[in-house]
Design a protein around this ligand. Sequence first.
Ligand code: 26W
Length: 809
Amino acid sequence: MNLDKETIKKDFKRKLISMFSEDINEAPLLHKYLVFGSLIKEYCAENWMKTNKEYRKNYEKQVYYFSMEFLIGRLLKSNLINLGIEKECEEALKELGIDMNELEEAEKDAGLGNGGLGRLAACFLDSMASLEIPGHGCGIRYKYGLFEQKIVDGYQVEIPDNWLVKGNVWETRKDNKAVIVKFYGKIISYMNNGRLNFKHEGYNAVKAIPYDTPIIGYKNKTVNTLRLWSAETVEKDKDLDFNFFKSGNYSKAVEHKSAVESISQVLYPDDSHIEGKILRLKQQYFFVSAGIQSIIRSYKKLNKPIRELYKYIAIHINDTHPSLAVPELMRILMDEHELNWDEAWEITTKTISYTNHTIMAEALEKWPEDIFKKLLPRIYMIIEEINRRFIGEILLKYKNDPNKVKDMSILSNGKVRMANLAIVGSYSVNGVARLHTEILKKRELNDFYQMFPHKFNNKTNGITHRRWLIQANPELARCISKTIGDEWIKTPEKLIKLLKYSKDKSVQEEIYNIKRDNKIKFANEIKKQYKINVDPASIFDVQVKRLHAYKRQVLNLFNIMHMYNRLKENPNIDIIPRTFVFGAKASPNYYLAKEVIKLINTVANKINNDKDINDKIKIVFLENYRVSLAEKIIPCADISEQISTASKEASGTGNMKFMMNGAVTVATLDGANVEIRNKVGDNNIIIFGMTAEEVMNYEMNGGYFSRDIYNSDSRIHNVIDKMMNGYFGVPSSEFRNIYNNLIERNDEYFVLKDFDSYVQAQEKVDNLYRQKSKWQEMCITNIAHSGVFSSDNTISRYANEIWNIKNKK
Ligand code: 26W
């Protein structure tokens, strides 16, 4: 977009007056941010409208990415970069006496997601717009995003994330596009002209109001839409509220309103455990029904036959959370468009595709049938019928084998199994990394794979290199462009050209200095916020991700405790100083994870203040890890910790972000780590630990005896004893869950089993880092190979191989 700085200055001043009646000298930072954000939105408004018109005019196939989570983070900087007006804006603001960085910091993160799954959805939106693919997001406008984390005395304390309170400049409320979603009530069947029809009566109506956010493509004219739904009472009930009010029953009116609004009130802060709460099921149906109704409504305006829906619309469901899309689309096609079952089923199963993001059994969604039936009577009927027909198919294929029916049916033991529903109702089922997809096919979903082999495929995750390199690490981006030209920006695979320079001393030096500058800046922040002195010359060793037993933050910490023990014995041992950085939120009711946070902080407190070890180890626990903090820490990392128990991490995407910023990965052969290793080669990554196959073999044979290792490995014995004997100044009761899991419950995630191999990997790090030129060669090799992990690549494959959309690039 063409804009000169004088125009920007003029527009800014005008808008500051029109919005707040203030001039620059008196306006607070927040007002300046709100004004500037609104201005940027104004700049993209025309292209937003035109994009929609073009899509309609050309009957282009639209993809709707349904996700309960979109972990967007901040939008100001990424919008400026994608509009191509970053430099002009920075200069204009500077001349107005405003610092762009300060303005950026005034934006609250949109934290509408837990972690990997939600951030992936956000990266995909950016890639779809940048590749000019007509793809839109559909989700929930939570009033409260993922909680804000405070660390008080080493413990996690959760604070509500009231992110909308000062306004959200990017969204537009669309009252004219509201729809009604129906809960509870009963279903009346009746015959009409020889056709069986269903009528929903006595339901509770909830109004779904869409809020649209523009998703701006990188230096093109495409502006797609993220549509998030908010729950409100319907007009009729508003009157009712008024009647309650008039009759003096004020509290009843308020109760009703808050019950309805609770649907879009808060994001569930759990990314690995289903809670089976009815409110979550309400959330799922709420946004799925609203989303599909609005898709069908706009499809009808095209005047195309409803039977051809799948030619113009693709609906993708991000994990099983939106799998009610299957029965909801069936309902609309049958009950509102009078198609018969077979026609509706054919259309539905040609429209919906599904991504699986986890094989952890406790994360597989199952809803109690009794709750389900009451809340969604018509949807339940449809699922019963889908299941009845599906069982017929199983019996036909497997010659009446009752075990297959038991294993595969959608309704089982009084539960509705959402993954089974998603697989049966969609034409494509994909995993998120090669290893993950193989495990799905061979084990977790083997029955389904045998029945529908054609549905299964892999789409390895990706990350947007615009946010995670150009925006987060502008100096590195500049250096890359200076070295190999800037083609990589539009075609990230071209980063491979850097490989030629991996041994080039001056490029090595330059990239070293860039990281060093990033580290200095961050070390200053750490000093300010945590009063901890960290040496920018130390190795920055970073593990940032949700806290979960399978991700094994404890393994990392045990190695640190072991290093500390060694240093206490001999303060002169020659190790390169390390700064270990952790960042992690624990689900509020995940007690083990909370103990781990307390343990990290407890150990940090002792080690950071121990004069004996000459500052050779520092530990920093970053409070409130979130997208905007990730953008700051990842460009500083020398080491990326990707140490999950092999087979447990479906893909990981942090691993890709670190690699792209020139960190060296310490990893198990899990998820996409395997593909990173295949790209960079064994010399440029540090692999340790059991393989997925070894882990799964142990699991099939009942695990292993962790106590044997505890008894035989004095390093481990020492570390665990110190954790439990008050050595760190905290009583053992605080870490009882950790201890029990590792020793009494046989260490489900093989922490002790992988410990020795991990210690060796960490010694290798120390060794390699001393060889400065070799280390830089590794960093550059990693950056050079990171292009294939751009989500542009991933999204092209989704478009070509799943959605049947030819992208223009
Ligand atoms: C509350 C139930 C629940 C269960 C699972 C909520 C959310 C989940 C998600 C599937 C968890 C998740 O975020 N999975 C991660 O998805 C990323 C994107 O594909 C992968 O990179 C991670 O490996 C995977 O853990």
